[in-house]
Design a protein around this ligand. Sequence first.
Ligand code: TYM
Length: 372
Amino acid sequence: MTNEFEVTPYRVSGEIDYDVLIERFGTKRIDEAMLKRLSRYGPLHPMLRRGLVYSQRDLDWLLNEYDKGNKFSLYTGRGPSGPVHLGHLIPWAFSRYLQDTFKVKMWFQLTDDEKFMFYDHLTLDETKKWGYENALDFIALGFDPELTKIFLDTEYIKTMYPLAVRAAKKITFSTIRAVFGFDNSYNIGSIFFTSIQTVPCFLESVEQGKKIPCLIPCGIDQDPHFRITRDIAEGLGYYKPALIHSKLMPSLAGPEKMSTSGNREMAIFTIDDKKTVKRKTSNAFTGGRVSVEEQRKLGGQPEVCSVHAYFNYFFESDDAKIREMYDECRAGKILCGECKERLFEKVWNFLEVHQKKRLEAKKVLDDFFVRD
Ligand code: TYM
């Protein structure tokens, strides 16, 4: 595999080598010892068992504090630039598992300001509207309203601003350039923005009036923001946030990450209807051969197949079943059409229920949202 890939919060390109990324970012692999430790708090989530949630920072420290009785808060977020796709659900479903397992508070940030500043085609009203839409998906995953706070940056800025300016004063433009790859053409809001994404790491501490550890479950593309946060946290009087990173679910076109701004035919959105899901899954890239005969003879290539990846990431929780599907594909016993049909069924069964829960969530939005 080549080294030619890039992962920042603003650009993911090439075929990601996740082992190399651990070295580049300086994070720690979630190893056997960590899995064993985590299994003491409850059954391991399939994403942990399968190495999809695979990297961390300071997780040992965080669990040591928890064991001493110092509960942490969770923090994650969404940049509301359009509808939520299945990839976004990866860190959020995992966050839900963490909240259930540790019974801890969750802060969920909707960065309407960020997406407005980074995208020419979006107005601030639109990013705000998407923020409220995207919050429905988050709530639909079953977060505890007693323990979960959701906010839009532009509606919570009075609370956040004092912390944001204290953070901003400690971050230089040259750090921003080096970490995010920005040049002089970027607007100054984009340059400032990371200080806003830093703030929620400390909101629980502010609320409780004492230092509270924070754990951020997120896709590994967001890590660069928090490297900066970790460098300045202690200088601001708080703990460095701990992180737990997931890999990025590929698009239906193959190995590149699913994204809202990429080819919309190759991402499945949570608001897609049945016909759309059927069309998208039918057109998915697989590891199939040129003809049925070849496939029966040579077997398929599940390791490059996006359909297989979808089962593995989200749509098949039974490890034995996943292995069986992999082996059957390899042996040429099942063909791509069957797998696509099976995936369609799984995705649609999930989305049909999820879409009902999204509608239900509209009634309880105010139980979750905090505003200035
Ligand atoms: P955003 O909206 O790009 O992504 C939201 C979350 O989804 C993850 N993600 C994915 N995970 C798996 N597979 C994919 N294909 C995929 N695409 C996106 C992202 O890593 C992220 O965890 N600036 C942030 C919003 C934010 C945030 C945070 C995210 C604010 N505070 C704290 C994480 C933690 C953003 O635009 O995320």
